[in-house]
Design a protein around this ligand. Structure first.
Ligand SMILES: NC(=O)C1=CN([C@@H]2O[C@H](COP(=O)(O)OP(=O)(O)OC[C@H]3O[C@@H](n4cnc5c(N)ncnc54)[C@H](OP(=O)(O)O)[C@@H]3O)[C@@H](O)[C@H]2O)C=CC1
Ligand SMILES: O=C(O)[C@@H]1CCC=N1
Length: 269
């Protein structure tokens, strides 16, 4: 892929730009970025990553082989309209927007290869967990390019388009749940008397250690939990308190609410 155009220059665009430029998947100068109006933001991305800011009407738009749509879902139609006349008919589309269906790109930008993905902000450090669905105009070479581009910023699973709602709830939003859990742990630790720095350092190490243990895949999560839980001990008391507070129910509601919201976004709500 020679030239990639990002339409939208917010946190998700930056996470992917950081990932693909630092991994060497793309030459920074071949990465073009446009937004709605925030020129200072484009300059910041240029200074940090060496990418090329562009605006509507610039010739780079018609040179793009891949257009990455990364605006908020509510701005999707306007963003498509902004480049529709200039995009080359053979340019492929990669969307990272929650809820926006492949069919909307086909209707607005004409029949062309479209991949709809759901990465997450851990793309910044090459650790995204991404789901992607593609239309049948995507040929093998474009599929490989898209999978390798997304693969350069983390793990990628090719899925059916309808599954992306659940993947958005689980993996797109997922880092926020972990940060929220970290916030809650830190608040509890500080309230109970630990200093902020110690609490933060210990929590980060707990999360990193537990993720690394899970990643070895030598034991099920429930087995790993049992190894920590001595009968009549502290962990059992803590888990009982989580269960009494409806932990499983809360997590299930969280995923269901996020999945439902993704389905609503697909209908323009
Ligand atoms: N944040 C996350 O964790 C994740 C987000 N996503 C998806 O990524 C998308 C972007 O989210 P996020 O990066 O957080 O959003 P941000 O609000 O950070 O960024 C949105 C960007 O879109 C630009 N924009 C708005 N309208 C237009 C337009 N008409 N033409 C060109 N650019 C436009 C904005 O420009 P300006 O500032 O000039 O208005 C801004 O650069 C969303 O659809 C979200 O669902 C997916 C996975 C994870
Ligand atoms: O909250 C959102 O809508 C976006 C999609 C997944 C993560 N952030």
């Amino acid at each position: 892929m020679r030239n990639v155009l990002f339409i939208g220059a917010g946190s998700m665009a930056e996470a992917i730009i950081a990932g693909i430029t630092s991994s060497g998947a793309m030459e920074p100068a071949s990465v073009y970025v446009m937004n709605k109006s925030d020129r200072a933001r484009l300059d910041e991305l240029r200074d940090n990553y060496g990418i090329t800011p562009v605006k509507s009407g610039d010739p780079e738009i018609s040179q793009a082989e891949l257009a990455v749509f990364a605006t908020k879902p509510k701005d999707a139609r306007q963003a498509m309209a902004q480049v529709a006349k200039q995009l080359d008919p053979s340019a492929a589309v990669l969307s990272v927007m929650a809820g926006i269906p492949i069919s909307l790109f086909e209707e607005t930008l004409g029949r062309r290869p479209v991949a709809r993905s759901m990465p997450n902000t851990s793309a910044t450090i090459g650790l995204a967990a991404t789901g992607v669905a593609m239309n049948d105009a995507v040929r093998d070479n474009v599929r490989e390019t898209i999978l390798s581009l997304l693969g350069s910023v983390g793990l990628v699973k090719e899925v059916e388009e309808d599954e992306l709602h659940l993947i958005t709830a689980l993996a797109g939003s997922g880092p926020a749940y972990v940060y929220y859990f970290a916030e809650a742990l830190e608040e509890a630790a500080i309230t109970s008397g630990l200093c902020g720095t110690d609490a933060r350092d210990l929590i980060i190490q707990v999360l990193e250690g537990a993720a690394a243990m899970l990643k070895r895949r030598t034991s099920e999560p429930s087995e790993l939990r049992k190894h920590v839980t001595s009968p009549g001990g502290t962990t059992a008391a803590g888990i009982r308190a989580l269960d009494d507070a409806g932990f499983h129910r809360a997590v299930a509601s969280c995923i269901r609410a996020a999945e439902n919201r993704s389905r609503e976004l697909a209908t323009g709500q």
